[in-house]
Ligand binder design. Structure first.
Ligand code: GDP
Ligand code: CA
Length: 328
């Protein structure tokens, strides 16, 4: 069975670990979000691709969910001693090596997809990991200028666009987001293999990743949404919203920016029945099943907390079962 998964970082990566366990013989292609990518210290950092690669390759910092296990921060401390920041983005010594290799290869002319393949040759994630695009796409968040340093407001700016990482990591999404813009997405082309993988898929899964800045960004690459809708195969998603709140992180803030309520049903309807055939909500949201089904999306309530591999594998198995059910 060929499975395509559209993944962000932590939620996507943890789900994929369960999927591999539930479907050990499946041929899994992961289309990773690159809208979170950022240039830091002259290096290209791809947080979501790396989270998937480290998680499936056994190098992840388990509790944190991102970055390397057994990490040290000597380089970052030395940079700070030179007054070189930003200090708010955690980059460990082991992690730095990944970004150095990536930046070096990109400088030599390799596209991100080839670089990702080369990095995965070391990590052997057991899935085919493709960036959504080789082109530069950067998610920006529109906030009130007065909410950040007061500086923009002094210059008479009403609103200001900042990099997603600055919003998410530095500001911890503590100020309202008025819009989320995947800058460059409209001009981006799907990376080699992306449209082919979708066309050849037997099922497409949306893991419990952020619907706006992870899955939404991948769907913003022209051709991807259309390819999924046209593939004629079951598309099943799992809600990242449980009990009307994100399980982890601040997804509610970016959902508000696109006018979507933080409920499992609202997220399903945001994707819409034109895209989604099936949707899994947590048992605490069983009351949402009727509303989702009324919107033309088959829905089941099952436990959706990825507490351990067994629980996560059970979620993946339910997603595949729902896919078979909607295949009819
Ligand atoms: P990021 O790029 O690291 O933010 O990761 P993703 O976009 O892949 O996933 C973030 C989403 O995963 C958040 O909205 C969380 O609510 C969701 N999430 C994290 N852990 C769980 C879990 O155990 N169960 C469910 N249902 N969602 C989860
Ligand atoms: Ca991310």
């Amino acid at each position: 069975m060929r499975i395509v998964v559209l993944a962000g970082g932590i939620g996507g990566a943890r789900f994929l670990r369960g999927l591999k366990s539930a479907a050990p013989d499946a041929d899994i292609t992961v289309i990773g979000n690159t809208g979170d990518d950022i240039h830091l210290f002259g290096l290209k950092v791809c947080p979501d691709l790396d989270t998937v690669m480290y998680t499936l390759g056994g190098g992840i910092h388990e509790e944190q969910g991102w970055g390397r296990a057994d990490e040290t921060f000597a380089v970052k401390e030395e940079l700070a001693a030179y007054g070189v920041g930003p200090e708010w983005f955690g980059l460990g010594d082991r992690d730095f090596a990944t970004h150095i290799v990536r930046t070096q290869m990109i400088g030599a002319g390799y596209p991100l997809s080839a670089v990702t393949e080369a990095l995965c040759a070391r990590w052997q994630p057991g899935v085919r990991l493709l960036p959504m695009t080789d082109d530069r796409v950067e998610t920006h968040v529109l906030i009130d200028a007065a909410d950040i340093d007061g500086s923009g407001a002094e210059r008479g700016e009403g609103r200001k666009a900042i990099h997603f990482q600055e919003y998410w990591v530095r500001l911890r999404a503590s100020v309202p987001a008025h819009a989320v813009v995947p800058v460059g997405a409209d001009q981006a082309k799907p990376a080699p293999g992306v449209l082919e993988a979708i066309a050849d898929a037997d099922v497409v899964l949306f893991p419990p990743s952020n619907p706006v800045v992870s899955v939404g960004t991948i769907l913003a690459v022209p051709g991807v949404r259309e390819a999924i809708a046209d593939a004629g195969v079951p598309v099943v998603g799992l809600s990242p919203i449980v009990g009307d709140a994100p399980v982890r992180g601040m997804a509610d803030k970016v959902l508000a920016a696109v006018g979507v309520e933080s409920t499992a049903a609202a997220v399903a309807k945001h994707y819409g029945s034109g895209l989604l055939d099936g949707w899994l909500v947590d048992t605490v949201d069983a009351g949402a099943v009727e509303e989702v089904e009324a919107a033309g999306i088959r829905c089941r309530a099952i436990p959706l907390m990825m507490t351990d591999l067994q629980a996560t594998a059970a979620m993946a198995a339910e997603a595949l079962a729902l896919a078979e059910e909607v295949r009819g």
